[in-house]
Design a protein around this ligand. Sequence first.
Ligand SMILES: [Zn+2]
Length: 582
Amino acid sequence: MARFIPNEIIDKIVEESDIVEIIGSYISLKKSGKNYQALCPFHHERTPSFIVSPEKQLFHCFGCGVGGNVFTFLMKLEKVSFPEAVKIVGEKIGISIPSLDKSGGYKENLYRINTLVADFFHQKLKENRFALNYLLKRGFKKSIIDTFYLGYAPSSQDFLNFCDDKKIPKDKLKELGLILPSQRKEGYYAYFRSRIIFPIFTSAGKICGFGARVLDESLPKYLNSPQSPLFDKGENLYGLNLAKQSIREEKEVILVEGYTDVISVYQEGIRNVVASLGTSLTPSQAKLLKRYANKVYVAYDEDSAGESATLRGIDTLLDADLQIKVISFPGGDDPADFIQRKGKESFIKVKKESISYFDYRLNLEISQKPSLELEEKLEIVNSLFLTLRKVRNQIARNELIKRLASKLNIDKSSLVVEFQKFMGRKNFPTSFVKSSPKASEDKDKEKYLLQIMLCGEEAVEIVKNEFSLDEFTNPVYRKIAQEIIKLAEKDQLSHSKLINRIEDENLSSVVSSFTLSDFPLDGIDKRKVARDIISNLRRISNQRKINSYLEEIKESDKRGEEEKVRELSGKLSQLKRKTLLD
Ligand SMILES: [Zn+2]
């Protein structure tokens, strides 16, 4: 994550804010012993398992596992980034942050240029009657043109003159993909020429790139900004800046294909609509949607929805654990045409009639294989197993298998067996599965070691001097240990600061969980405990190596590789000796 705010300011805000006061301004907290309790805002519950600790300045929910410091809370609740969360808390307690916009940062400078360019395009649209009429004739109202800040890219020379006037450096324009070096003569030419411009905003409302459409039949019809330090079309969703509030409220989003689909649907008052900026949805886009919604209505053009690239894109929504419904428009309309001709009410009606993604896939497959011979049925089953695999909820999965069986008129129990076989093939090698319970015990010990480290410098010193970070088997814990040591070196060890340093929502809840769970750490000799755990971990790790040598020796012996057996046995006895000495 880009980091614009200096650590000193972040720490100052942590020190001067009170987590109880800030969380208490969102949900109602009840005092319970030295902590506060509440019903968790992140999952549905009847008895409170959400704890806020004024002493540690942390919160944790023992129901759903979410936890962290005051910034984590805002990031989760307000769905904002870390710097945004810092800014919100800063504002509440009157600590101002050197403005993110005026910081003169490299990216901020590029955003500033994009904004200047968007202003120019928008102005040009207002001056160009032909382009403006084109949009008005397509049913866009003037107000919506302003809302989406649509523009018009004039000729190459016009654009270059404007950039010279504003003294925008050529290398920056090149970096943003707004100009290209000319191949015939010296100089540059504009990337967007004689096109309608759709500025593409980040979810926070900054212009990261542009989309463009021709006014006539020339090709290519659509053009996007090339990849740049600000723009990656697989990372953004068009319209999200305007839609996010309403998506958050309704917990659902309508996913369309094009710019004009978003604008047309939004114009009719349906606000929770976004477009993927290509035909196939990427995992990052699915994750972005998951931040706001639980349910996605896919409203792609009829002809492209059935194409396999698009289907794969929709599959990635399942990976993100989103419920998916597919809207089909009668007569093969696209969403823009449909809502413009039939209106909002009809749109809502077809949305209500949408079918589940699984049924949509099943119907599509069946329609392509009308005879439904046994072989064709098996093909369908195999293709849908790929989708079923991504459905995480067991009950939902069972329900879908039942539906598949009845639609194809095959026996449900044998379908379940087949699916289990299919899943078995996709699983990890059995050796990995076998070793995992043991590994998880070690992780508990590693976690306990981190807890001890967080209690004070003495334990940190022991770990620093007598243990190597590489010995942590869990990479998450390794990272946390690293940050604890860094903070301790600066004499700044605190739970909340630790969470600021790791800046990861999942890691935050690991820290809050083991700080707020009731481990009796008071009054024990932390140095001794740290040493005990370390030697314990080392013994386990050596034992694991010994086991693997024994295994290898057995295998080599079976194959009659005497040389290898001798070599391994040597290593084994060395290791055994070392373990005894440790
Ligand atoms: Zn919870």
